[in-house]
Design a binder for this molecule. Structure first.
Ligand SMILES: Cc1cc2nc3c(=O)[nH]c(=O)nc-3n(C[C@H](O)[C@H](O)[C@H](O)COP(=O)(O)O)c2cc1C
Length: 219
């Protein structure tokens, strides 16, 4: 199995909390990717957290240093995995704010990136509604989101002391989902004809003054 993948995956959780359940899930995802032969760039939300987006600040000072880091780490990866908490049935504001900042760079870093979304919550649906909301900005920005999403329900009692999912069937589903995602990332990396064009508003009248268009490959 080792050497099957020549892919590098950025994996982070969107929680700033020390004992974050989503951070535990991100760590588990990182160990599965490594076990299967992929490389991991393990990120943390604290490295990407930015002051609230403000167009005047951007104009005067440019993006903050953590937005540069976020953009750089996304751009360097073949794919990214986010384990995100659900806040009030949606995504955490801290993540949306970092996405907004990173979307201001050119090349726009999310365009053409393969991505997998995970969540963990003490609730019965594992924070899955937050992931549906998170698909919107990422897909808008041209990320290729994997259709399956893993949402760990009752996560506060779902892990064993070694950090794996205690329920063997769930652990197996977690691993096989990541394996299928890695197959896709590997295939996409080596498929030269993959479409990478990004036009922010495809059907709108073209206007060179305001259009946000990328026709060159993202990487
Ligand atoms: C402001 C706020 C809103 C929340 N809203 C939801 C929610 O809509 N659905 C849910 O399942 N859990 C919700 N929770 C509970 C979080 O899922 C729980 O705190 C979880 O542990 C946060 O993720 P973390 O452990 O990775 O920090 C909310 C928590 C906070 C602080």
């Amino acid at each position: 199995m080792a050497d099957r993948y020549s892919i590098n995956v950025l994996i982070f959780s969107a929680s700033l909390r020390k004992n974050s359940l989503n951070d535990r899930l991100a760590s588990l995802a990182a160990s599965v990717v490594k076990q299967k032969g992929g490389s991991v760039d393990r990120g943390f939300m604290s490295e990407f957290e930015c002051p609230p987006y403000d167009g005047d600040v951007e104009l005067a000072d440019g993006p903050p240093v953590n937005a540069h880091s976020f953009c750089k780490r996304i751009s360097a990866a073949d794919a990214f995995v986010v384990a995100s908490p659900e806040y009030n049935a949606s995504m955490p504001g801290v993540l949306k704010n970092s996405i907004d900042w990173a979307s201001r760079f050119r090349p726009q870093p999310f365009n053409g990136k393969q991505a997998l979304l995970l969540s963990a919550s003490p609730s019965m649906i594992g924070g899955n509604r937050g992931l549906w909301s998170l698909r919107v900005p990422f897909e808008h920005l041209g990320a290729r989101l994997y259709p399956d999403m893993f949402s760990l329900a009752q996560a506060h009692q779902a892990f064993n002391p070694e950090g794996a999912i205690a329920d063997a069937t769930l652990q197996e589903r977690f691993e096989s989902t990541i394996g299928c995602f890695m197959d896709l990332v590997e295939a996409a990396k080596h498929y030269p004809a993959l479409k990478k064009q990004w036009v922010e508003f495809l059907g709108e009248r073209a206007d060179a003054r305001i259009d946000r268009v990328e026709t060159a490959p993202a990487a």
